[in-house]
Design a protein around this ligand. Structure first.
Ligand code: PMP
Length: 409
């Protein structure tokens, strides 16, 4: 049974206070909190096993290697990847997308080619492609969103064509809570011999993900948003695509043979893991995956869906409020704006009540322009949040409005 009270006990930070009030942490789309199990794993790694993996034959190096590679197996299992060699550890989603934009994009894009993105991309799935387009002469095209925040799939059908070389798209939006039909986009991409990349930063932690049924060629996610440490994330790629690619970063471990004037490359996944990796963080991510698996991604999804819907319903009752994104089939991300309080003021006043939400452009400036705003306030839920916390959020918003005299009439 999904017992949120029990789950909360696993997260030490959730029992702290902010401004004399219990912390209500609703900034999970930015980063998640960490369960004791992950924190203990980091300590255990450093206290008992720390060494440089893959390089030594001494006992500690073997243990470090084993723990590092076990994490790879766990991540592979978590996203339904058949071959764990197709999981590359990176610093996170941003680095994973840059890896593809450099190692695949620079060698495969040329003038006349098109990369198709959407209007709702996070800057980390936009700027790397702007740089790749600038260097190769390829063009970027954008699938528009409809007013409810869902993708205009009729336009997608028109945009994805014979010039398309890659379609890259967020799986779930960090602003709108939309879940995009990436399976359909992958089909359109493949029908035109293009590749499909999925930015899974907001889906990996929240939805059951199976890369095979998504039908994508690349999937990127960040460990710190899924209970893991900062500094680690991953890129999954279809093995034959990864095999066909040149390395991203050069250095130790990614080589087979090095001569003064040339080198040859190691096998997957090491070809893409140059230098000493964030070993402890990779091991910590493995513990995070164990924790998520023990709860079950279906159960987590169900819990967050209910919370997101409850928050949406309660917010909808507020006079004058604008809620962005679809009213159904959403994740636990809810962005909103009030006519009488600036988003930054909302989050500042909420902080005084111990409620942590985020205000700003959420690294989605083009999307903000599309919505016609400079910023939104955003509450984002995770597996440990409760309905009582939604109520506390509402009370705090109400208080903020009263503070700004919204009801003085
Ligand atoms: N894509 C999306 C949709 C995100 O929400 C984020 C993080 N806000 C990123 C990419 C970037 O993730 P990271 O900073 O962990 O690389």
């Amino acid at each position: 049974m999904y017992d949120v009270k029990e789950i909360r006990d696993d997260f030490p930070i959730l029992s702290r206070e902010v401004n004399g009030k219990p912390l209500v942490y609703l900034d999970n789309a930015a980063t998640s909190q960490k369960p004791r199990r992950v924190l203990d794993k980091l300590a255990e790694y450093y206290e008992l096993h720390n060494a440089n993996p893959h390089r030594g034959v001494h006992r500690l190096a073997e243990e470090a290697t084993m723990m590092f590679e076990e994490s790879r197996e766990k991540v592979a299992g978590f996203i339904g990847a058949e071959d764990s060699r197709s999981v590359i550890f990176t610093r996170g989603t941003t680095e994973s997308i840059n890896l593809v934009a450099y190692a695949w994009g620079r060698r495969n894009l040329r003038e006349g080619d098109e990369v198709v993105l959407t209007e709702s991309e996070h800057h980390s799935n936009l700027v790397p492609w702007q740089l790749a387009a600038r260097d190769t002469g390829a063009k970027l095209r954008f699938i528009p969103i409809r007013d409810d925040g869902t993708l205009d799939m009729d336009e997608a059908e028109k945009l994805i064509g014979e010039n398309t070389k890659l379609v890259s798209c967020i799986h779930a939006s960090n602003v709108l809570g939309t879940v995009n039909p990436v399976e359909a986009l992958a089909e359109m991409a493949h029908a035109n011999d293009a590749l499909m990349m999925v930015d899974g930063a907001q889906s990996g932690p929240h939805l059951p993900v199976d890369v095979a049924s998504l039908g994508c060629d690349f999937f990127a996610a960040s460990g710190h948003k899924m209970l893991g440490p900062t500094g680690v994330g991953f890129l999954w790629g279809r093995p034959e695509v990864l095999d066909s690619m040149e390395p991203f970063l050069g250095g130790g471990e990614m080589i087979r043979e090095v001569h003064l004037d040339h080198s040859t490359w190691n096998d997957l996944p090491h070809k893409f893991e140059a230098g000493t990796m964030n070993v402890a963080q990779v091991v910590g991510l493995g513990a995070a995956v164990d924790y998520l698996n023990a709860l079950g991604m279906e159960n987590i999804r169900e819990h967050e869906k209910k919370l997101g819907e409850y928050a949406y319903r309660r917010l909808s009752d507020m006079e004058g409020i604008t809620i962005y994104g679809p009213s159904e089939d959403r994740t636990g991300v809810v962005s909103f704006a009030l006519p009488d309080v600036h988003p930054h003021d909302i989050s500042q006043l909420l902080d005084e009540e111990g409620v942590a939400i985020r205000s700003g452009h959420h690294c989605c400036q083009p999307l903000m322009r599309r919505l016609g705003v400079a910023a939104t306030a955003r509450a984002s839920f995770y597996l440990y949040n409760t309905e009582e916390e939604v109520d506390l959020l509402m009370d705090a918003i109400q208080k903020a409005r009263e503070f700004f005299g919204a009801f003085a009439s």
